[in-house]
Design a protein around this ligand. Structure first.
Ligand code: NDP
Length: 472
């Protein structure tokens, strides 16, 4: 549907900067209309009368439809975001379907409690109810999957939604909207609006008739969202940035597996992952071997347009990200870091950068402290765990970490010391719809996926649930 103003914006293919679509440029007026539609659907539409079982079946159908259209969705994701089509086909699309299938099961299992109170003659119980109208703002790194992470739990628990995808990657969310209608989601229950963060996103975050805002993106914008949400004290959940340590001990055993795991930790999705293993910390005795091995992996990665069959890494998502990532590369060089491989743009068409491995860094450098969000890893040696842990935790973020060692006791001890929402042991980037995901510190509030996300999507518990009493 067109924006009220009739304005549109251009959507680019990051592989060659060509314009592939025009999307409606929604603003405050469109957000007002969408929130009103969601409110109507929540208060009086058929959605409210749908039984948990019907809702569960409907959410399951969404997962089925995503799988039915998997090739088409993977292609859309590839031309819009730049990621290889083959990767989108085996990762983004099936994971999105899994999320809906997993959440479908929860629709019939949301239960309250009976509470044995000590006031004679009364009984009490809690109900868990939908929050109401939920605003969802998502980023461009996994456009379809992030839409699924947000929509799956909100729909399974009976909420109505206004969703704004990132301006760089609106296409798969729009197609998903069509699939939702095909699955039987009543009109008004999910409203998908394309537009810019500063206009449409800001209006949604501040809207007085939105009960909750769920945001994934940068920590900087996360803080803006919190301030905007304070007007009506709407609930807020945030999945934000990271600068995650990936730690390899000399007793990692299969060093080749650890090296290729470290390469995957940073280079998967071109490093455009909030949980990317962007700080590689390696025990000094094996530091040179590991750095050489990861650099070797980096050099072998085949760059190319996402639709080419042999592409292993596509372009960054946008010219803005290209400037941001190459800007960090430049800062690292100025600060005296050593570039083992990469460190520059690749070619002059599209937004490609070379996978990059950097050593000889120190904690003052911006490349060590800040989220680069590109295929750039900084490697540092360590000698003793006493020195390792404070350094690993020396970041305002706390999203994820990796530990590679065959000593399972050590693995658990180190994991317990790391301030990170997820710690992978002898692996990295393993996701499952049943596993909660989210951050400590400035990496966010609340959890995505698993049953943990339902705490955010539902009113619950004695504080915000409803206590009903009646004379017995
Ligand atoms: P943003 O945080 O700006 O974008 C995420 C989403 O927020 C987009 O939908 C964006 O809209 C929207 N948005 C932007 N400003 C506002 C606002 N004032 N009010 C409401 N919504 C808003 O990320 P960027 O795309 O600018 O990327 C910059 C950096 O953020 C990256 O380099 C990376 O470090 C980090 N990032 C982290 C992600 C994560 O998963 N944790 C994901 C993406 C980025 P629109 O894009 O349409 O303007």
């Amino acid at each position: 549907m067109a924006a009220a103003s009739g304005k549109t914006f251009e959507v680019f293919n990051p592989a060659d900067s060509s314009v592939i679509a025009q999307a409606p440029d929604s603003d405050r007026e469109d957000i007002n209309r969408a929130v009103a539609a969601a409110r109507r659907a929540f208060e009086s539409g058929p959605w409210r009368r749908m039984t948990p079982s019907e809702r569960g079946k409907l959410v399951w159908r969404i997962g089925d439809l995503i799988l039915k259209h998997a090739d088409e969705l993977a292609e859309l994701e590839s031309v819009d975001n730049g990621k290889p089509r083959a990767v989108a086909r085996v990762a983004d699309v099936p994971l999105a379907a899994d999320l809906f299938h997993y959440m479908a099961g929860w629709a019939t299992k949301i239960e309250g409690n009976t509470i044995p109170i000590s006031v004679p003659g009364f009984h009490a119980f809690t109900l868990r109810e939908p929050v109401g109208v939920v605003g969802q703002i998502i980023p461009w790194n996994f456009p379809l999957l992030m839409a699924a992470w947000k929509l799956g739990p909100a729909l399974a628990t009976g909420n109505c939604v206004v969703l704004k995808p990132a301006e760089q990657t609106p296409l798969s969310a729009l197609r998903l909207g069509e699939l939702l209608l095909e699955a039987g989601v009543p009109e008004g229950v999910v409203n998908i609006l394309t537009g810019f963060g500063e206009t449409a996103g800001a209006a949604l975050a501040a809207h007085d008739d939105v009960d909750k805002i769920a945001f994934t993106g940068s920590t900087e914008v996360g803080k803006i969202i919190v301030r905007a949400a304070s007007g009506n004290l709407k609930k807020v959940s945030l999945e934000l940035g990271g600068k995650s340590p990936n730690i390899i001990f000399k007793d990692a055993g299969d060093l080749e597996a650890a090296i290729s795991g470290a390469a995957n930790a940073i280079f998967f999705n071109h490093g455009q992952c909030c949980c990317a293993g962007s700080r590689l910390m390696v025990e000094r005795d094996i530091f040179d071997d590991v750095v050489a091995g990861v650099a070797e992996h980096a050099r072998k990665i085949k760059l190319g347009p996402g639709l080419a069959a042999d592409t292993q890494m596509g372009p960054l998502v946008s010219e803005e990200q290209l400037k941001r990532v190459t800007g960090y590369m430049h800062q690292g060089k100025q600060a005296g870091a050593c570039y083992v491989t990469g460190g520059e743009r690749s070619g002059d068409r599209g937004y490609f950068v070379k996978p990059t491995v950097i050593k000889d860094v120190n904690p003052k450098m911006s490349i060590v402290r800040e989220e680069i969000f590109g295929p750039v890893v900084v490697a540092e040696p360590f000698t003793k765990p006493e020195e390792l842990i404070p350094r690993a935790n020396q970041t305002p973020y706390g999203l994820a970490a990796g530990v590679w060692t065959r000593d399972i006791g050590k693995a658990h001890c180190i994991a317990a010391e790391l301030r990170a929402g997820t710690v992978w042991i002898n692996c990295y980037n393993i996701f499952d719809a049943a596993l909660p995901f989210g951050g400590y510190k400035q990496s966010g509030w609340g959890r995505e996926m698993g049953h943990a996300v339902l705490e955010a999507a539902k009113r619950c518990g004695p504080c915000s649930g409803r206590r009903v009493t009646s004379p017995s």
